[in-house]
Each structure stands twice: as C-alpha cells, then as structure tokens.
Design a protein around this ligand. Structure first.
Ligand SMILES: Cc1cc2nc3c(=O)[nH]c(=O)nc-3n(C[C@H](O)[C@H](O)[C@H](O)COP(=O)(O)OP(=O)(O)OC[C@H]3O[C@@H](n4cnc5c(N)ncnc54)[C@H](O)[C@@H]3O)c2cc1C
Length: 491
C-alpha cells in the first residue's frame, strides 16, 4: 500500500486525506492540535458559481482581474470548474452551508466578485464548520499532533520522507512515504499584524527551498484591509463579507475613505489596503462603519463574539477600529496542476503551494476552494505513484547550537517596514543587507529549538519575498513598489 505523509491539518491536508484514506496508508502530522490552522479561522466563506445565473466563466474573469492577469489561466479554469463539483459532493455528504428561509443556499458577496457566490456556514465561522466537517470524515488515518516537521529527506533526488520532532518530548523520528505532501499553510507570522494562526511560520516553504524545490511568485503577499486593531495590536480578522453587506470604511471624521475609488469599499484588497495605509499615515484613525447593516450580531456571530471579548462598543458607535495587516501568501512552492512540486514525490497543496491560481492578488474566498481542488488533484496524481520497497534512514544530529538570529519581534518589525503594503527599492536593499548578518540560510533544523526554527524559516521566506520584489520590473497586484521620483535635472 502507498504510504502518504501529509504535513499540516488545515483544510487542504485533511481534504486530501479524505481522498486517500481508503486506498493509501495516510499519516497526518501537525505542529499542535487539529484545530490549529488558518482554515479553522476562515470567516467569509468559499466561492463557487453555483447560484443560478452565475457561471464558472464569470468566476474565472473575476479571479483574473483580481490577480492582475498574472494568474495561470489553466489553474484558474481548473479551480472554477472542479470547485463547484467538489462543493456539491460535500453538500451531499452533509456539509451544512447556510441556507435562506426557503431552503436555497444563501450566497454572500465579497470584494471584486461580480456575483453573489460565497457559500458560508454557521454565519461567519465557515472555516471552522468546513474544516471540522472534513475532519469528521477521516476514519482511517494516523494522526500525529504536537509533531513539527523539520526537514525533508531526499534519496537519489526523490523526496522520501520528513524528519519530525515531537514538541512535547523532543523525540526525533524520520517518517518515510511514497509521497510527502506539504499542507503547511502560508507565512503570516512574518508580520507583526496578521490574521494568521500562531503555527503559520513559513515552514513548508522554507523546508522545500532548503531541499532544492522551486518557489514562485514570492513577491505577492496579501494584506487584508480590515484587522481588528486596538492600541496597535491585531485581534483577528473583520471579514470582507461585512463590507459585502454594506459596511463602509471611514476615518474619525466620518470621511468615506474609498468614496472616489472604482468599486469603492469592495475594490481589490491591495487597493483598499494601500488607501487605508496612506490615510493612516496622514494621521487619521481607521474604522469600519457598520450602521447600514441590519441584524449585524445575528449575521456575524463570530466577529460579534470577538468584538465583545475585546470590549469594543460597536453596538452604540456602529464602528469597528481596523487597520490593514498580513493575511495570505499568493506565492509559495511551485506546483503543476496536480500539486506536484519540482522535487519528485513532493507535493504541495493549499496556501503553501503556488500553482498560479491566485496571480498577483487572491480573489476573496478562493483559497478554501483552492484547498479542495489542489488536494483533489494531488490525490489523483499520488494514486499513480508506484510504492517504494525500502527506505534508508540516516542518523539525526540533535546537539543544540545557538545560531545568530534576530528576535521574532525585530524580524516582524523590519518585515512590516520594508516588505509591507508599500515597498521601495531602497527599502528592499536595506532589508536584505540587515538580513545578511544572520545564520538562517542553511541551519541543521534538528539542532534548533522550535522558536529558532520558526525564525530561521521566516527569515528565509522574507529573503525570498525581498528578492522577488526586487526582481519585479514594476508594481503588480499585491507587490506595490513606490518608485522614487527622479528629480527633474532642468529644475
Ligand atoms: C482569519 C482568516 C480568515 C480567512 N478567511 C477566508 C475565507 O473566508 N475564505 C477563504 O477562501 N480563505 C480565507 N482565508 C484563507 C484560508 O483560510 C487559508 O488560505 C486556507 O485555510 C489555508 O489552508 P491550508 O490547509 O493550506 O493551511 P492551514 O489551514 O493554514 O493549515 C496549515 C497546517 O499546517 C500546520 N503546520 C505548519 N507548519 C508545520 C510544521 N512545520 N509541521 C507540522 N505542521 C505544520 C499548521 O499547524 C496547520 O495545521 C482566511 C485566513 C485567515 C487567517
């Protein structure tokens, strides 16, 4: 029987496991618990052209516009045509997406979608509902929680396994597999303000890069316009579905910030994030005005609970204090349409991967859909692999070393300054010079603590982002480079 090692327990990893569990020997390893992932945090929903009147072609067109046409068109076609079928299958299996009073599916609207096509579940707790539902379908997999993947093992140019550390006992083991699948999510914790779960530290991207796998589109990091922000700290996402329902972005004087921008408050995320940051830099405070939304607390129970937990008086002020922050990585480990990386037998699904579907900027609610589609395609490909008879294991050095690394806070502050919403060429150079002093490029991961490992991984990802941004001839989508103005010689 084929042995498959899936690293990561978010939607992509778990959905892949549902597809393989009856035909393969599947192990899911995950850093903390099955609940720790960005998938569990997703709020707005999952996009699919299932509403009568909507079509995959319109979904494709919206995805390409949001992605600044940097997308791989075949990947987008695969997403918008395969996605609806997979969603129908999940509904048939019992997935409880929200419905209207008449029993029809209730489609929401989000930024840059031309049609109501966002399915949601349990209001704004879609990610938790969907991921838990998919996890409930798993009955034949081996789970290894509190297990941190540290390093891919390669034999004769083929990925054969992964070195794993039990984070409670420190024990190191090598798990071998006919296919190894990265489903480790993105790298939001590179930035001080992020919507991401604490376990999301670019590990899959860094492990793949160290093993020689190709990365792509690393310049494209999506900054979400609306993170609940109190005293300069982020306390979670305020879903875009709230703007889709009529909320608007204002400052302390009730000035409507997006009034003169095409598509206004529902413009693509990079456009909104830049406008907000520019307004903030002029000394203004930023708010989401929810006064136009009836029954807010019923429609957005997850956001309501979070606001109440942080004592935000939104019921009387009708305002939520927000600012932009790091949300989603469009780039990552380069894959083909079957989730195969450049390293044989190494696959990547979900946010860690870049199959080109998101282009230079992801369309809202396309990433959960990509988790399903990329996992489905990976499963089909993995089923064609011939099982290996034997694996060789080598000794693992585990004596601790103390490499020179920045603190997480120092790294995050520099990344926000130089790799954030607006970048400059001078800033990118300054950042790379600063990074150059640290010992992150090729550490022995088994010799690092978990914190050192995360910092080294995020340093490597940051370097890849800075170099990709530098190499870009001009701004595109989420990689916005403010070019310095050459002074007019003639005066
Ligand atoms: C707050 C929030 C709201 C969002 N809302 C939406 C939305 O409404 N619609 C939408 O389409 N998208 C949304 N997104 C994006 C979407 O949730 C993610 O892109 C998607 O869930 C990623 O799924 P994944 O399975 O690839 O990775 P994740 O769900 O992030 O899972 C990664 C898994 O890998 C594990 N892991 C990481 N490193 C290691 C390691 N070294 N060893 C072992 N395990 C490891 C993690 O602990 C985790 O279990 C949102 C994201 C956030 C953060």
């Amino acid at each position: 029987m084929r042995k498959v090692i899936i690293i990561g327990a978010g939607l992509a990893g778990c959905y892949l496991a549902t597809q393989l569990q009856t035909t393969c020997d599947v192990t899911i390893i995950t850093k903390k618990s099955a609940e720790d992932s960005n998938s569990m945090l997703a709020q707005g929903g999952i996009a699919a052209s299932l509403d009568p009147g909507d079509t995959p072609a319109e979904h494709e067109a919206d995805t390409l516009v949001a992605g600044a046409h940097h997308n791989k068109e075949t990947a987008v076609k695969q997403l918008v045509t395969t996605g609806p079928t997979l969603i129908k299958r999940l509904i048939a299996a019992g997935m409880p997406f929200d419905r209207k009073a008449d029993g029809q599916l209730d489609f929401g609207l989000e930024g840059a979608h031309s049609h109501h096509r966002i399915l949601h579940a349990n209001g704004d707790r879609t990610g938790a509902a969907l991921t838990s539902f998919v996890q409930s379908l798993l009955h034949q997999v081996h789970w290894q929680t509190n297990s941190e993947a540290l390093q891919l093992t390669i034999q004769s140019g083929v990925c054969t396994g992964v070195v794993v550390r039990n984070t409670q006992t420190g024990e190191l083991t090598t798990l071998n597999g006919d296919a190894v699948v990265l489903a480790t999510g993105g790298l939001g914790n590179l930035f001080p303000l992020t919507t991401n779960n604490a376990t999301i530290t670019g590990d899959g991207i860094a492990m793949a890069a160290r093993a020689g796998a190709k990365l792509t589109d690393m310049a494209y990091m999506q900054f979400h316009p609306t993170l609940l922000t109190l005293h300069g700290r982020c306390y979670g996402l305020i879903t875009e579905a709230i703007r889709g329902s009529g909320a608007i972005l204002v400052d302390e004087n009730n000035h409507r910030i997006m009034a003169n921008v095409p598509k206004k408050d529902l413009a693509p995320r990079d456009v909104v994030a830049r406008h907000l940051q520019a307004w903030q830099r002029q000394g203004h405070d930023l708010f989401l005005d929810i006064s136009a939304i009836p029954n807010f607390t019923d429609r957005f129970p997850g956001v309501t609970e979070n606001l109440d937990n942080h004592h935000v008086p939104f019921r009387t002020t009708k305002r939520i204090p927000i600012q932009p922050g790091a949300h989603f990585m469009m780039g990552g480990v380069a894959t083909d349409l079957s989730a195969q990386t450049s390293l044989p037998h190494l696959f990547a699904v979900g946010e860690v991967a870049c199959n080109g579907v998101h282009g230079a900027n992801r369309l809202a609610s396309n990433s959960l859909l990509d988790c399903l589609v990329s996992a489905k395609k990976a499963a089909e490909k993995i089923m064609t692999i011939t099982p290996t008879e034997t694996f060789k294991n080598t000794a693992l050095p585990n004596s601790k070393v103390d490499p020179f690394l920045p603190t997480m806070t120092a790294l995050q502050d520099k990344a926000w300054q130089y790799l954030g919403v607006v970048r400059t060429r001078t800033g990118l150079k300054t950042f790379l010079r600063w990074l150059d002093q640290f010992d992150y490029p090729s550490p022995v991961p088994t010799q690092l603590t978990s914190t050192q490992f995360a910092i080294a991984n995020l340093c490597l990802c940051a370097e890849k982002i800075a170099r990709a941004a530098q190499a870009a001839p001009k701004s595109l989508g989420a990689n916005y480079i403010e070019e310095s103005v050459v002074p007019d010689q003639a005066g």
